[in-house]
Ligand binder design. Sequence first.
Ligand SMILES: CC(C)(COP(=O)(O)OP(=O)(O)OC[C@H]1O[C@@H](n2cnc3c(N)ncnc32)[C@H](O)[C@@H]1OP(=O)(O)O)[C@@H](O)C(=O)NCCC(=O)NCCS
Length: 210
Amino acid sequence: MTELVVVGAGGHGREVFDAATAAARAGTADWDVVGFVDDGDVDLGRLERLGVALLGDLGALLVRPTAYAIGVGTPEVRARLAARLSALPADPATVVHPGAHIGPDVELGEGVVVFDRTTITTDVRIGRHTHLNVGCAVQHDTVVGDFVQFSPGVFVNGDCVLGDHVFLGTGAIVTRGCTVGAGARVGAGAVVLADVEPGTTVVGVPARPH
Ligand SMILES: CC(C)(COP(=O)(O)OP(=O)(O)OC[C@H]1O[C@@H](n2cnc3c(N)ncnc32)[C@H](O)[C@@H]1OP(=O)(O)O)[C@@H](O)C(=O)NCCC(=O)NCCS
């Protein structure tokens, strides 16, 4: 059986751990989640309460050929980690919580993580290492880039295009047919009604640059 390691033991990492272990328990993924690796300070008490080990820093993946899921929420940091990890013998896993719904003709790139109660309807492409947090929806014919971060409760309607490294704050809505350019940030609770320029931050209803 594949051994799965979660890279990053902070809050997002522990949520990725939950999605990965839930998939293993439900029998929808064939891996054993063996622990975390992390280069920073780790709250070991929290890992103890989860009953899972800290295996060491990222170097631990060198001696333990295995699969990994990156448990870091910030798109740029996740991209830097993915670049470092691509040199290792381990492979990125695609993690889907068993409570998520993935419809027909949906493509998930390597390293994608889909949390509980997220729905991806049909004819959707999700790029590499994009994470969709709890309770999101992505609708028909939408294309999502690499290293995109969906915070909890984000809705993206049909025919949308999200560029690489887009960050969507909690409860943001991207309405039908809108493009959100690469590296843009959409604030919590914002409603996107028109295209968002790459690299900009938009907030409010309707969403405007801040
Ligand atoms: C949009 C966001 C990224 C901007 O962060 P920032 O660049 O640091 O912005 P600031 O906090 O300096 O705020 C700048 C201005 O925008 C306003 N603003 C920030 N976020 C806003 C939001 N979501 N909705 C409405 N106004 C917002 C601030 O009140 C401030 O207004 P002011 O200049 O009149 O005082 C951030 O506020 C946000 O919404 N992040 C989402 C957080 C989230 O959902 N995390 C998920 C964790 S799982």
